[in-house]
Design a protein around this ligand. Structure first.
Ligand code: ZN
Length: 183
């Protein structure tokens, strides 16, 4: 730009070319452009520059191989996953499955239940042994007036009751414990 516009019009000519000038100020600037060669030339150059910039922005210049590179990229993104990826994914799934299986088989899961059950089994055996050991004495404690068959029935019923209590206790130990305030 070789021509210098009048200093007081320079900013307003810029605004005019960029369509930013207030409507009320336009007549004065346009009237000056009619009579001032420098400002008129300045305005024409700005208008041409503005038009050139607008064309550049509307149609950006792309590298010659842009299309080819874009299509290669699209093909790469949409291509099926390589076989190696599938193998790796399969290996991961198998590892997760194996880990779950191990945790299910872990002794920690069934050992407490076995020990719990074993404790009640031992209790039942001890109760049975005690009953057998003390059966004659228990029979002797029973009234002599009872017939022998009746005493046998009482012992059998008593031992059955003890085992029933142990069994019921084993089955409902959790509820029993809560009811008794043990847990
Ligand atoms: Zn001027």
């Amino acid at each position: 730009m070789t021509l210098m516009p009048c200093a007081e019009f320079e900013d307003r000519i810029l605004d005019l070319v960029e369509h930013q000038l207030a409507v009320g100020e336009r007549p004065a600037v346009e009237a000056h452009l009619e009579v001032c060669a420098d400002c008129g030339e300045f305005a024409r150059e700005l208008t041409a520059l503005d038009a050139a910039l607008t064309r550049e922005l509307d149609a950006p210049v792309l590298p010659a191989d842009f299309d080819a590179r874009l299509w290669r990229r699209i093909e790469a993104e949409s291509a099926p996953r390589p076989a190696a990826d599938c193998v790796e994914r399969k290996r991961q799934i198998e590892a997760e499955f194996a880990a779950q299986l191990r945790s299910l088989r872990a002794p920690a899961h069934w050992l407490p239940a076995i020990l719990d059950g074993a404790a009640y089994a031992v209790l039942a055996v001890v109760a049975g042994l005690l009953l057998m050991r003390w059966a004659p004495e228990l029979a002797a404690l029973l009234p002599k007036s009872l017939p022998a068959g009746g005493r046998d029935w009482l012992l059998a019923g008593g031992s059955t009751g003890v085992f029933l209590l142990v069994g019921v206790g084993a089955a409902f130990r959790r509820q029993l414990g809560q009811a008794m305030g043990w847990r």
